[in-house]
Write a protein that binds this ligand. Structure first.
Ligand code: NI
Length: 268
């Protein structure tokens, strides 16, 4: 018997609809966590994806000669097929289908590493603020820590019910257009709930749920692997306007542009 069940209860499904997030104690085995951890550390150590803009500093200006405040890799499963073939992916798909319906599919994954002792906080934001405002989204992200996630090392925190509102105005972290990461301009986070979970557990959040993760104040790295699943986006008759997206001028985008032919992309 595996030490976990991929079957969500009615209570969990209702709770996600009401609160916009869920906390799950285990979606994979300790063995797989250890394997994925090795893959994860290798991708960061080898700076995989850096030259095409898939590895960068989420919270800093992403300068070549300075250590990243918050190293991130987009699409890590493109660089390590073990991630695509993992139990974590299978479990994620089952969770997404239970919450969004049987049409939900994998959209993308990313990895956010908070280095020991200095990993920066991930400020309050809604994931949808990163995306093309011309579409309506029905999606969620599943955040899987590869060690225990605690308040001290930067576990996820959510504002219950915030997914039922609109996308709020955001700006680049520190109001620096060279920074990829976004922060909400203003939001009432007084009802926030911190979600410590064991290694190989997961939190699930709707693409509009306000969320945050603190700095890593511990002596060990905090590794999180994140998968996004969703239904196909629908074009909006009247597109919204997300000026914070247009104002961004990141080194990551420049590397991505240099390496790829022109065309639409959806960034996480
Ligand atoms: Ni996020």
């Amino acid at each position: 018997m595996p030490p976990f069940s991929l079957q969500l209860s009615h209570e969990q499904i209702d709770s996600f609809a009401r609160e916009g997030y869920l906390r799950l104690k285990a979606i994979t085995t300790a063995d797989e966590v250890e394997r994925v951890c090795g893959v994860y550390d290798r991708l960061f150590a080898e700076r995989r994806g850096r030259e095409v803009g898939d590895q960068f500093d989420l919270a800093g200006a992403d300068e070549e000669d300075r250590p990243a405040a918050l190293p991130q890799i987009l699409h890590p499963s493109r660089y390590a097929s073990e991630l695509a073939d993992s139990q974590i992916r299978t479990a994620g798909e089952a969770i997404a289908r239970a919450l969004l319906g049987p049409e939900a599919t994998f959209i993308e994954d990313h990895a956010i590493l908070k280095p020991a002792g200095h990993g920066a906080p991930t400020p309050w934001h809604q994931d949808e603020a990163y995306w093309d405002p011309g579409f309506e989204y029905r999606s969620l992200s599943i955040w899987v820590p590869l060690q225990e996630a605690t308040i001290e090392n930067g576990c996820m925190q959510f504002v219950p019910g915030s997914h039922r509102g609109e996308v709020l105005p955001h700006h680049a972290i520190g109001h620096d257009p060279r920074v990829h990461g976004l922060e909400v301009d203003a939001a009432d986070v007084s009802g926030k709930v911190a979600c410590p979970i064991p290694a190989g557990g997961a939190t699930v959040h709707h693409c509009r749920t306000l969320h945050y993760a603190g700095a890593n104040l511990t002596e060990a790295p905090r590794r999180a692997y994140i998968m996004t699943f969703g239904l196909p986006p629908r074009a909006l008759g009247t597109p919204r306007h997300f000026p914070w997206r247009e104002q961004r001028r990141t080194a990551r985008e420049a590397r991505s542009r240099r390496s790829r032919p022109a065309g639409p992309r959806v960034d996480p």
